[in-house]
Structure formats: structure tokens, C-alpha cells
Ligand binder design. Structure first.
Ligand code: ZN
Ligand code: FE
Length: 258
């Protein structure tokens, strides 16, 4: 039987950010992903009496790195961040790039460069645990706004994530699920799997529980932004195209104004 080596704790930050605190008990290692704020991380670490060994950043936005400086100051952790952001994130100890295999909290992790939201954005995939930290590239039923890259780049990045195994659990950077669900329902009203997901999502949000993590396999059938090449969805949004780049762009622009 495969015993999970790690435990992933979800910490709320700001109004809708998630910070992930990864604990490997057997190796006595603790890592944090995207600490936009330091205070809630420090508070959590204190309750468990854990040291912070590593800080991992997916991209340079303040709501993902704002807590770096204070955490580095207190814990002298190693900062792991994309080489593409070397001029925008301070004090990086370990630069990572596309396809690198690194250790996070002592477990094998693949780096996936996913430009679009920002040019330097990377996601982290824990190979044995099948956990993906998707930052602001993929959200539950959504994807990040395209700020720095092109729409085509964002679609290619989502395609890379879509190749990961169906039983991958995704930990994304924000709790945007309810608003994403509204848009998904709007453009894909006949999707039965989406209707099932809606009920689960509503139950969780009514209790103020995170909808995170979510399963990638299900997501491949219900997240419109992973289905820009699905002819049924393309027809349902009334597009006369078979070019996924065009349908992706159309959906993303519609969502921006939704
Ligand atoms: Zn961002
Ligand atoms: Fe963000």
C-alpha cells in the first residue's frame, strides 16, 4: 500500500488566496508554496512547532511572494523560484526552469513552465504524490487572466497541465471557484458532470470550506478552458471554428467581461 509521505495544509490569505504548507513528517521537512503574507504562515508553524525549510514561488505577483522577506528573515529558508523571474523576485537561492526535477519537502517534483498569466510562471508537480501546485495558471473551473503572455501561450500552458494523470490533485492559488462555476454554467449549460460539480462546490462554499484540491481527471471534462479543442463546447458557444486557439481566446475574453 502506498502511504502518503506528505501532508498539505491549506492556509487562507488576503480575501481569496491560498498558501500551501507542505509537511514531510518522516524527513522533518516543511515547505510553503506562494506565501503572499507571512503572518498566517508563522502562526501555523508555531502551533505545530515546525521550522520552515523551503519557500516556493510560482510567479512574481505580490499576493504570492509578499511574505517571502519576513519568512526568510526568521527561518533562513531556501527560496525556490523561477529563473524567468530572477529580476522580479528577490533573494532566490535555487532557480528553477521548465522540466527541472527538484525536491520539494523531500519529494520528487517536476517544474512546468506555464507562461500566460505572467511570462515566467511555473507550476510544480509532485510526481509520486500526484499533486500539482498550479498557482494562477489553472483554477478550479477556470484559468488565470492573461496579463503578460499571449492567449496562445496560455492555451499551450493549459495543454501541458492537461497531460498530467487524471488522479492528480490540483492546489491552485485562489478560491475563485464559485464565480468560475457561474461562467462555466453560462457557456456550457448542458454539461451533466458540471452540474454534479456545482452541487459539491455549493455545499463546500456554504460551509466556507475550500473547494481545493480538485481532481484533474474530472476537470478535463468540466473546465471550459481545458476544453477549447472540444468541438461540442465550441458549437455550444456558437463559434464557427475548429481552431482551439481561437475558441480559447474567445472564452477568455468573454470571461474577462463576465
Ligand atoms: Zn498572479
Ligand atoms: Fe494571484
Amino acid at each position: 500500500m502506498w502511504l502518503k509521505m506528505i501532508e498539505i495544509n491549506i492556509i487562507d490569505a488576503f480575501s481569496d488566496n491560498y498558501i500551501y504548507l507542505i509537511r514531510n513528517e518522516s524527513k522533518n521537512l516543511t515547505s510553503v508554496v506562494d506565501p503572499g503574507e507571512s503572518a498566517p504562515v508563522i502562526r501555523f508553524l508555531k502551533t505545530r512547532n515546525w521550522h520552515l525549510d523551503e519557500i516556493i514561488n510560482t510567479h512574481h505577483h505580490h499576493d504570492h511572494i509578499g511574505g517571502n522577506a519576513e519568512l526568510l528573515n526568521i527561518y533562513k529558508s531556501k527560496l525556490i523560484a523561477p529563473i524567468y523571474d530572477k529580476n522580479r523576485i528577490s533573494d532566490i537561492d535555487i532557480y528553477v526552469a521548465d522540466n527541472d526535477l527538484i525536491n520539494i519537502a523531500g519529494t520528487k517534483t517536476k517544474v512546468i513552465h506555464t507562461p500566460g498569466h505572467t511570462l515566467g510562471h511555473v507550476c510544480f508537480y509532485m510526481v509520486d504524490e500526484k499533486c500539482l501546485f498550479s498557482g494562477d495558471t489553472m483554477f478550479y473551473l477556470g484559468c488565470g487572466r492573461v496579463f503578460e503572455g499571449t492567449m496562445d501561450q496560455m492555451w499551450s500552458s493549459l495543454l501541458k497541465l492537461r497531460t498530467l494523470p487524471d488522479d492528480t490533485l490540483v492546489y491552485c492559488g485562489h478560491e475563485y471557484t464559485s464565480t468560475n462555476a457561474k461562467f462555466a454554467n453560462h457557456i456550457d449549460p448542458n454539461n451533466q458532470l458540471l452540474k454534479v460539480a456545482n452541487i459539491e462546490i455549493k455545499n463546500k462554499r456554504d460551509k466556507q470550506l475550500p473547494t481545493i484540491p480538485f481532481e484533474l481527471g474530472k476537470e478535463k471534462n468540466i473546465n471550459p478552458f481545458l476544453r477549447a479543442d472540444d468541438q461540442d463546447l465550441i458549437n455550444s458557444i456558437g463559434l464557427k471554428t475548429s481552431d482551439p486557439n481561437e475558441s480559447f481566446r474567445t472564452m477568455r475574453l468573454q470571461k474577462d467581461d463576465f
